[in-house]
Unconditional design. Structure first.
Length: 135
């Protein structure tokens, strides 16, 4: 990882332990680890970029709402890989209600199916008002 001020992992406890063990082996500085089931109060002000590889789409509806409000809304850019179901419910996917939240809160939202990820897809989002053209 090059050119960052801080890096935050938000994941289930087992994955956080694996990530921490791996990164500690390389003495990666300024990394924090947040368990969304109990440490959401540790979320800092804003984030430049979010990457989620199926994790967000697999959250319970309640935790998904909390995560959206406490993390995703504070991001300038993001990529979410996972199930995308634009006409259906949000069970283990980004459903119509989830996608509506992105469209309501971000200037640019694009999503597409991606056979590489099986039934999954990719969602790209950015907020041009907050980024002022920065990439």
């Amino acid at each position: 990882i090059i050119g960052y001020n801080s890096y935050t992992h938000i994941d289930v406890l087992k994955m956080l332990k694996l990530q921490k063990t791996y990164l500690n082996h390389f003495n990666v500085p300024d990394v924090s680890f947040i368990d969304p089931d109990k440490d959401m109060q540790k979320i800092r002000g804003s984030y430049d970029f979010l990457i989620s590889d199926f994790a967000y789409t697999e959250l319970s509806p309640e935790l998904k709402d909390s995560y959206f409000n406490m993390v995703i809304k504070k991001c300038k850019f993001g990529i979410i890989l996972g199930g995308i179901n634009p006409t259906g419910p949000s069970d283990n996917s980004l459903g119509r209600d989830d996608l509506d939240l992105f469209y309501e809160n971000f200037d640019l939202v694009e999503h597409e199916d991606n056979a590489t990820y099986g039934k999954g897809g990719i969602l790209f989002f950015s907020n041009n008002q907050r980024t002022q053209g920065k990439c």
